[in-house]
Design a protein around this ligand. Structure first.
Ligand code: SF4
Ligand code: SF4
Length: 445
């Protein structure tokens, strides 16, 4: 079975919500739709207070090459355009819509019919994906159309679909694979056509055997000879772009290089489904699948949410915040972000509400490094975390750069494995941000 070669750890997978079929959440009474839903320049509102909008109508226009338009997830009246705070308290402009009914834009195909014939040509596909505001749903929310327009120096040779879902607890991609497998396969065909390649791999970890069997069977039955399902050994962070490329095609992304330098373009399962919906059903990206889970969670669910739904409404819908929840995370426990503002609205990339107990979040007392080398062994980027930690303590920025701190993917494997509980992740994150700032400030050669 395949996996990436260097480093990695094996946290318990805790896929408690894996058997919960995707349910549609109620449409929010008021949707707070942020214009900052993607990596790059935020969108700019293109509606005014008092305007009537429909589901799927564009309400924010892209403001640059690395940007994406935003569409309404509800129908109703624009109540205000105001600043909202995201889950970490960071402000962004949002279009606030008071919902009236559920009227969709004409032209969006809401039927269950699966459309397999891809009528659009290469360039038109990229344009359609761009128009529909599709962004990467694996965490980075990078506009998908940009990833489908590689630099002229790069020659894409294959698409790799990230179905690893290697973070503990998360199950939304798994449910999409089980419940929308044919649509995902057509999404793969669209991505191949948009890039002009004729090979696609879907990497799925061994703990999702049902999805591996189903996709493998349907790839044959539905005549997708160029799509290959690759069973991967369970190991974190296999869903990292660089690790997935290594696992599936055995190539390593060069330091400071682009993943496409290996020939591979990686897309997440949720993104692939969104690409299908955009191209074949004319449906912009205004909803997504997310998981509500945790050992102490009152519900174990996978939901289809409308973008702009306040997180606290979803929490209430699931029975409220559990008494013994000490921390709430959006994303997985390894790389997710703590939710400090529970009223924050969902975004395109929202993947979960995860409740952790005090026992799970308690910081163990920091000890001294015993030079065991476990963090070096676990680092999937071949870094020396204990050394980076020491260099950061004395703020030796030159040495940090010389030791490739910029290659750190902030996966947390070093912290996970350290027997002395040295706060390696906090240190490497801060060190990386500072070194990157210095590097970016240098004049380009
Ligand atoms: S957080 Fe950075 S330094 Fe630590 S294991 Fe991951 S890549 Fe290596
Ligand atoms: S794992 Fe912890 S104790 Fe071991 S070398 Fe790394 S920092 Fe030191």
């Amino acid at each position: 079975m395949k996996t990436f070669l260097v480093g990695g750890v094996h946290p318990a997978d805790k896929k408690i919500s894996a058997d919960a079929a995707i349910e549609e959440l109620p449409v929010p009474k008021i949707a707070y739709i942020s214009m900052a839903q993607h990596l790059g320049a935020p969108a700019e509102p293109c509606v005014a207070v008092g305007d009537k909008v429909k589901v799927g109508q564009q309400i924010g226009k892209a403001t640059g090459f690395v940007s994406a338009p935003v569409h309404s997830s509800v129908s109703g009246t624009v109540k205000s355009i105001e600043t909202v705070l995201d889950l970490a308290g960071k402000p962004s402009t949002a279009v606030v819509i008071e919902t009236e009914g559920d009227e969709w834009m004409e032209g969006i195909d809401r039927s269950e019919t699966i459309v397999s014939e891809i009528k659009l040509e290469k360039k038109e596909l990229v344009e359609k994906i761009k128009e529909c505001g599709v962004v990467g749903l694996g965490g980075a929310t990078f506009p998908t159309s940009v990833k489908l327009s590689p630099p002229p120096t790069a020659t894409p040779t294959c698409v790799i679909i990230n179905g690893a879902e290697c973070e503990p607890y998360l199950t939304s991609d798994y449910r999409v694979l089980l419940e929308k497998p044919e649509q995902v396969l057509i999404g793969c065909e669209i991505l191949m056509k948009a890039l002009g390649v004729n090979k696609c791999y879907i990497g799925i970890e061994e703990n999702k055997q049902k999805a591996i069997d189903l996709l493998t069977k349907l790839a044959v039955e539905k005549n997708h000879p160029n799509i290959e399902v690759v069973k991967l050994k369970k190991k974190y962070p296999q869903g990292g772009e660089k690790q997935l490329i290594d696992a599936v095609i055995g190539k390593r992304v060069p330091s400071m290089g682009l993943p496409v330098d290996t020939g591979a373009v990686v897309q997440n399962v949720g993104t692939t489904f969104a690409v299908y919906e955009a191209v074949q059903k004319n449906k912009p990206l205004f909803s997504g699948v997310m998981t509500v889970t945790g050992d102490c969670s009152k519900a174990q669910k996978n939901f289809l949410h409308r973008v702009g739904t306040p997180l606290n409404e979803i929490m209430d819908y699931c029975g409220g915040i559990p008494e013994d929840a000490a921390k709430i995370i959006s994303g997985g426990p390894m790389m997710g972000k703590a939710i400090s503002n529970i009223k924050a609205p969902t975004l395109k990339g929202t993947s979960s509400i995860l409740y952790l107990t005090e026992e799970q979040t308690k910081r163990k007392e920091e000890g001294n490094c015993i030079r065991c080398g476990k963090c070096v062994e676990a680092c999937p980027m071949s870094l020396e975390p204990y050394l980076l930690y020491k260099l950061w303590k004395v703020r030796d920025m030159d040495q940090l750069e010389d030791h490739y701190i910029y290659d750190c993917i902030e996966c947390g494997c070093c912290l996970f494995t350290c027997p002395a509980y040295v706060p390696l992740l906090d240190a490497v994150r801060q060190a990386k941000a500072s070194v990157m700032k210095i590097m970016k400030s240098r004049p380009k050669k």
